[in-house]
Design a protein around this ligand. Sequence first.
Ligand code: VG1
Ligand code: CO
Length: 544
Amino acid sequence: MKIETITTHPYSDQNPGTSGLRKKVKVFQQPGYLENFVQSIFDSLEGFAGKTLVLGGDGRYFNRAAIQIIIKIAAANGFGELIIGQGGLLSTPAASNIIRKYQAFGGLILSASHNPGGPDEDFGIKYNVGNGGPAPEKDTLAFYQRSQSINNYKTIIIDDIDLDNIGEQHIGDLKINIIDPVSDYAELMQSIFDFPLLRQSISAGYITLLFDAMHAITGPYAKRILVDMLGAPAESVINAQPLEDFGGHHPDPNLAHAHELAEIMFSDHAPTFGAASDGDGDRNMITGSQIFVTPSDSLAIMAANAHLIPAYAQGLSGVARSMPTSQAVDRVAASYGIPCYETPTGWKFFGNLLDAGKITLCGEESFGTGSDHVREKDGLWAVLFWLNLIARRRQPVADIVHGHWQKFGRDIYCRHDYEAVETPIANALVEHLREQLPKLPGQEFGEYTVKFADEFCYEDSVDGSISRNQGIRVGFTNGSRIVFRLSGTGTVGATLRIYIERFEPDASRQDQDAQVALAELIGLAEQFCEVKKRTGRDAPNVIT
Ligand code: VG1
Ligand code: CO
């Protein structure tokens, strides 16, 4: 194996965001761009000689080409084995599982998640560490710093590797193992949930379901698990064929983008359960006939019912949510007497808590839920969790949700996204918010009195690391909150996210439309941040 050292020059924009480095495909296709970033990762890591690296992606445009490039760089840098999903495919949670199961040194996952794919759309890459979870901030910072001084990368000159046939290949001392991307994951799901009960509930027609794979990675996983293993009819999985451009859509599981599913679930021929997942299979949207379950509520309901699932029958050690996620799960934790942690946005912050056994379940408002079974959020796991829950409780989704609200109260919640705002406008807006923080506490706005106004700073209770500037929070004395933060996953300009919530304990007032119930807080959010005034827009791009 002859190693070549190729001279390169740094790119200034290789700072990973919330979940790896995400850019337009055209940016990644610049000479040396992907190569630099991968070499920067390897330069920042120690002790991987002869060890295993897991490699796979969500199948979007440039996935295959990127995998061929990475194989050669990994070979030249001295890895001993590469485990690659057949066709270059691995969902994010499946990759996390494979890293853990085969005790790999780490893994590279190629995805821009819910962002669109295609030659003019988005691509992404992130590194996961040996626990199967996203690299912590100290590592991503090291990758970025290295990328700023890099002047060469190592590679080997070989023909492209056959990614489509399962089995082992060897290049010099390097073993390349092409594996079935689904079977390890399916086995893991079978060890968590009550598959015989699910099979029975589906065959008896008690559960009817529809899963929208959005032409992304979960198609093959859903077909194997829901159809082949659990006996759901083949037409239960729609848009099951992974496509490089996701059929021209955003593979983003929310009511706006999964509209095909949404229309059916709110029609008079809706199945009992409907769900969708995103580009890389880590997000989930949960719906039932005539009802959409917000991700924050879904997390709380899962926590409240976890004892019904075989793997969690012993109870939960604790739970965690990202800061902007609603406080619904906090109420469940308080009532069960278990700890509830509040972390910054991004799955990497749950890793230490999961590894230390402090939490069993965790989630984010952005359609992400997961548990200690892997170190990523997991879309199909959430789907199976809900199916298992329905099968055990023998209640429709709407009844489960309403029953939960009656018991714990409802945290009425919504998120408004203003996408592709010009960066200087977004930065000035954040600065304007910051300036108001010291004088907001104590001020009254109609029925709302500000209790606290700050910028979220997180101290990791396991390793003591501190993450600053994780979003601006305005909390009110009645428990309502408005949170503002800039996205760390976008590829064009800046995206402002505004998260709004209000607690409604009165069961007779819980069945309101969120936009109506939150109207006054939505107005206050504009008063504080002036996004409409400063951008000239009259509405958010997406409301979830
Ligand atoms: C978004 C979500 C965040 C999630 C992240 C990665 O980040 O808000 O909760 O962890 O995407 O999810 P941001 O910085 O754009 O708000 V995924 O499925 O895109 O890997
Ligand atoms: Co994703």
